[in-house]
Design a protein around this ligand. Structure first.
Ligand SMILES: C[S@@+](CC[C@H](N)C(=O)[O-])C[C@H]1O[C@@H](n2cnc3c(N)ncnc32)[C@H](O)[C@@H]1O
Length: 276
């Protein structure tokens, strides 16, 4: 089933959390000279036009990137992402939102590599058109749950894997756990980022506990719940779980959480679900 299209959701509050964490992690990896690989298992189309009727139909970006673009908060948590969004919109009008591949593409150096998987034919075509050509770039139309194992461990032995499935199928919850266990067994030192929706606090807690129960050490988690307490919303918010977080990422995520929370207690929080 391939009903999901990210253009309807691009730039929403979940993307802001996901991409803020991604930029902070990539910044940390860039501190060392040694090249690394960025692997995006569910890459989407790569970049989105917020003037597209499909983005307008949901208007989700209005409660996400458009708010933060307007608010332009001081502080290091969101700044790396906002810097990239500004670069995507050089005339100062918010229209283009970078997906995870566009963010990584802007940040990586010529010596780093980028590997993108995307199953949907149209999104894969867009993605391949944007990032499929050039040294160090690889785009494949494959099932990420089958394909990732062929890429880990990478030749560089340094890198980050972003796992960002649509969770349209309930089976995705079990599959991400299996995927992480298998990838971590092959490559224990990689940085893994898993995005997950928070449909209910209990369901999210169950996933976090399942991951904690795998025996994989060093799991850091941030949750951002802008719709907690609203009855009508079907998505309270979302979370990012980071395995092998780079040095001092916990402090950086703490700053990000305090920016995103806007002073509302419990709206954003960070915890080590499996300690160091
Ligand atoms: C949430 S979107 C990705 C957004 C992107 N990571 C970003 O942050 O800009 C999830 C994508 O996964 C794709 N997808 C779904 N199942 C997949 C699978 N088994 N393997 C690879 N891609 C898949 C969907 O077509 C969709 O484009």
């Amino acid at each position: 089933m391939l009903g999901y299209r990210h253009i309807f959701h691009a730039g929403n509050h979940a993307d802001v959390l996901k991409h803020a964490v991604l930029t902070l992690c990539l910044r940390a990896l860039l501190r060392k000279e040694k090249p690394f690989v960025y692997i995006d298992t569910h890459a989407g189309a790569g970049r989105y036009d917020l003037a597209d009727a499909r983005a307008g139909r949901t208007g989700e970006f209005l409660g996400g990137i458009a708010r933060w673009w307007e608010a332009n908060p001081a502080g290091p948590g969101l700044e790396p992402l906002l810097e990239i969004v500004r670069a995507e919109n050089p005339d100062g009008v918010l229209r283009h939102y970078p997906g995870s591949p566009a963010i990584a593409h802007r940040m990586l150096r010529p010596e780093d590599r980028m590997v993108l998987f995307e199953l949907h034919p149209s999104d894969h075509q867009e993605l391949a058109g944007r990032f499929g050509h050039g040294p160090g770039l690889k785009v494949e139309q494959v099932d990420a749950f089958e394909r990732l194992k062929a890429f880990v461990p990478p030749q560089e032995r340094r890198g980050l894997v972003l796992i960002d499935p649509p969770y349209e199928l309930k089976s995705d919850y079990a599959k991400v756990v299996e995927l992480l266990v298998d990838a971590h067994r092959r490559w224990a030192t990689g940085v893994y980022l898993l995005w997950f929706p928070v449909l209910s606090r209990l369901a999210a807690q169950r996933l976090i506990e399942r991951l904690a129960g795998t025996g994989i050490p060093r799991q850091l988690c941030i949750q951002y719940l802008p719709h907690a307490g609203e009855d009508e919303s079907n998505l309270l918010g979302s979370g990012m779980l980071v395995i092998n977080p780079p040095f001092k990422l916990d402090a950086a995520l703490g700053e990000l959480a305090s920016t995103l929370a806007e002073g509302v207690p419990g709206r954003a929080r960070v915890l080590w679900s499996v300690p160091e």
